[in-house]
Design a binder for this molecule. Structure first.
Ligand SMILES: [Fe+2]
Ligand SMILES: [Fe+2]
Length: 280
C-alpha cells in the first residue's frame, strides 16, 4: 500500500504565515503514517510553539535526528527530549563537542550544543543511537552518518573550531543528512551540508545504488561559495536532474537567488509552516 510522507518546516530563517515565527535555524517534522520524527530542533523552543500552531503533536515523536551539533540545530534539543519522551536520539558523537566560530575581528563565539544538554546525552546512552555510519531510523528512512568529502570543487572548510582560541579546526564530521526513497526517487533533507551538498548527494546515491533525486531540502551552506564552486554545484544539480530544490536556512541569499534563476519552476522555499507530501 502506498504511503504519504509529510514534511513540515517547524523552524527556518523565514516565515510567510500568520501566527508562526522564524529564527536562524532549522527543524523539519516528518510524518510517515502514524510514525513521526524530528530532524533538528532549531535554536530555541520555537519548533514546539510553531508545531502547536500547526496542530502537530510532538509527544509521540519516535526519533529526534540531529544533523550536527551547531546550536541553530541543537538549541531546542532539551525541549524536544522533554516533549517527545519516548524518542530515541540519532546523532554523531562529534555533535557533542564544544564548537566555536571565529568572527571577522578574530574573536570567537560558542556555537555548539549547550554543555548541560551534551552531558545529559552522554549519561543516557540507552536513549541514543550514534551514527558514524548510515542508520535506518524507521522503515525506509535513513540518516547518512559521516559523509566522505571527495568532490574537488567543494571547499568544506570554514571559520569553525573546537576551541575558543581557534587553534583546532572543526571539520564537522558530525554533519549528516536524512533521506528516504519514493517511487519518483530520493528525498534528501540537509541540516547545513557542512560536508558539501554535492558530497552529500553523491554519498547518498552510492548508498542507494544511484537512485535519482526527487527533492533536496534544507541548508546548503553556499553563502561563502566561490564563483567556481557555485558553477560546479549548479552543473551537478543539472546532471542529477533534481526535480524539487528547497534551498533554505544557511544556503545564503545570493546562492538561493542563483538557484531560483537557474532552475525556474523547480525551486521552493522551506519557510516555517511549509508542508510537502511525497508518496512512496
Ligand atoms: Fe545551520
Ligand atoms: Fe551548521
Amino acid at each position: 500500500m502506498k504511503e504519504t510522507i509529510t514534511i513540515t518546516t517547524l523552524v527556518e530563517n523565514s516565515v510567510h504565515a500568520r501566527g508562526l515565527q522564524a529564527e536562524h535555524g532549522l527543524s523539519f517534522h516528518l510524518q510517515a503514517g502514524s510514525r513521526s520524527l524530528l530532524f533538528d530542533t532549531g535554536q530555541s523552543d520555537l519548533f514546539l510553539r510553531n508545531a502547536r500552531q500547526l496542530h502537530i503533536n510532538l509527544a509521540e515523536t519516535e526519533a529526534i535526528v540531529l544533523s550536527h551539533g551547531h546550536n541553530d540545530h541543537s538549541g531546542g534539543l532539551r525541549t524536544a527530549r522533554q516533549t517527545a519522551r519516548r524518542a530515541r536520539l540519532f546523532l554523531h558523537r562529534a555533535a557533542l563537542a564544544p564548537k566555536f566560530a571565529r568572527n571577522p575581528d578574530g574573536s570567537t563565539r560558542a556555537i555548539g550544543m549547550d554543555a548541560s544538554t551534551a552531558k545529559e546525552i552522554e549519561s543516557a546512552p540507552e536513549e541514543v543511537v550514534w551514527t558514524p555510519k548510515p542508520v535506518e531510523i524507521m522503515e525506509g528512512i535513513f540518516v547518512s552518518g559521516e559523509i566522505p568529502r571527495q568532490t574537488p570543487f567543494e571547499d568544506t572548510g570554514g571559520p569553525f573550531y573546537l576551541d575558543s582560541a581557534a587553534t583546532q579546526p572543526d571539520t564537522l564530521p558530525d554533519d549528516q543528512a536524512l533521506f528516504f526513497d519514493t517511487a519518483n526517487g530520493l528525498v534528501v533533507l540537509l541540516g547545513c551540508a557542512h560536508s558539501g551538498v554535492i558530497n552529500t548527494l553523491e554519498y547518498i546515491r552510492r548508498l542507494t545504488n544511484g537512485r535519482p533525486i526527487q527533492a533536496l531540502l534544507g541548508g546548503m551552506h553556499l553563502a561563502a561559495a566561490s564563483h567556481e564552486r557555485m558553477e560546479n554545484t549548479l552543473a551537478a544539480f543539472r546532471r542529477l536532474g533534481i526535480r524539487f530544490l528547497g534551498p533554505s536556512h544557511c544556503t545564503g541569499f545570493p546562492a538561493q537567488a542563483q538557484l531560483w534563476n537557474a532552475f525556474p519552476g523547480h525551486c521552493t522555499t522551506c519557510a516555517v509552516g511549509t508542508t510537502m507530501r511525497f508518496l512512496r
